[in-house]
Design a protein. Structure first.
Length: 291
């Protein structure tokens, strides 16, 4: 007999209750305050729209040194019938160690029986298997400090959205950029544009974090990579993460019916050596009007 979305969501809530009992301390288990209530509302009225996918983070202390590892969890509506999206990250891990850790984690989860709840299993696996990666990362850091500086890559992503209005969404964008040491900007309004620049894995994590669980009208229009033997900070076009709010056209009283002044935006791009991006974002060549 086929399993329904409702049955899967009920199991997801049971697993969240179990995890909350395992991680009761403040900061150990983090999820949006409306995540569980939105699922509960759907379960009371399954004829309505599906709730956002359940997304949360679990902070783990690994080993005697209590190294911090965060397990990020995104559950499809049909989990546990469909595998969850899991990603373990730690500031103590280098890019390669983090990639290897997550490859092994994904392989382990895929080996489990389909239909079984597995986030608790993933938590235990990370605790049991993360320490060797952390130790290797420490050793490689010590070796790297004695070697010639290797080349680094600056990654820059240009992201387009039909609009960006909601305060909670903007807060998520800025908090995420700050956490991942990304510079760039967020253009609020209609259209909405985001640029982030920094290490590739940080940009990709930012993209993964903001687009899920339920942002439909958003796409990454263009990516730029620049290699350097020095610090990537020397290649950044932006010194911080800016909040852009240009003069708007239209009726301010209609929340979803005002457009940003794209002429001002084009001028801003040219000031940051990025005028060519205008055509990539909007499909037309940008021209500044004569004053």
């Amino acid at each position: 007999m086929a399993v329904t979305v409702k049955e899967c969501l009920e199991l997801q809530l049971l697993e969240v209750e179990m995890l909350l009992s395992m991680f009761p301390k403040r900061g150990e288990f983090s999820l949006d305050e409306d995540a569980v209530p939105s699922i509960q509302r759907y379960l009371r009225n399954a004829d309505g729209a599906l709730p956002p996918q359940l997304e949360y983070r679990i902070a783990l202390d690994v080993g005697e040194v209590k190294a911090k590892v965060e397990l990020q969890v995104l559950l499809p509506h049909m989990y546990p019938q469909i595998a969850p999206q899991l990603f373990a990250r730690s500031d103590a891990l280098h890019r390669q160690q983090q990639l290897q850790l997550n490859t092994r984690l994904t392989s382990h989860i895929s080996s489990l029986d389909s239909g079984d709840l597995c986030v608790c299993e993933a938590v235990q696996w990370v605790k049991d298997n993360c320490l060797p990666f952390l130790e290797n990362s420490k050793t490689s850091s010590e070796c790297a400090s004695k070697e010639v500086r290797v080349k680094e890559m600056l990654h820059r992503m240009w992201i387009y959205s039909h609009h960006i209005y909601r305060q909670e969404l903007r807060k998520k964008i800025f908090d995420c950029a700050k956490k991942l040491n990304l510079t760039g900007f967020c253009l609020t309004g209609k259209p909405g544009v985001i640029c982030v620049e920094g290490l590739r894995e940080n940009c990709e994590e930012f993209w993964r974090d903001i687009r899920y669980p339920n942002w439909k009208h958003i796409s990454c229009k263009h990516v730029e990579n620049t290699e350097t033997e020095g610090s990537i900070d020397n290649l950044r076009l932006f010194h911080g993460f800016e909040d852009l709010q240009f003069q708007a056209h239209g009726d301010y009283g209609l929340r979803n019916d005002y457009h940003m002044d794209l002429g001002q935006f084009l001028e801003f791009l040219k000031q940051h050596q990025s005028g060519h991006i205008f055509q990539i974002l909007f499909g037309v060549e940008g021209k500044l009007s004569d004053n």
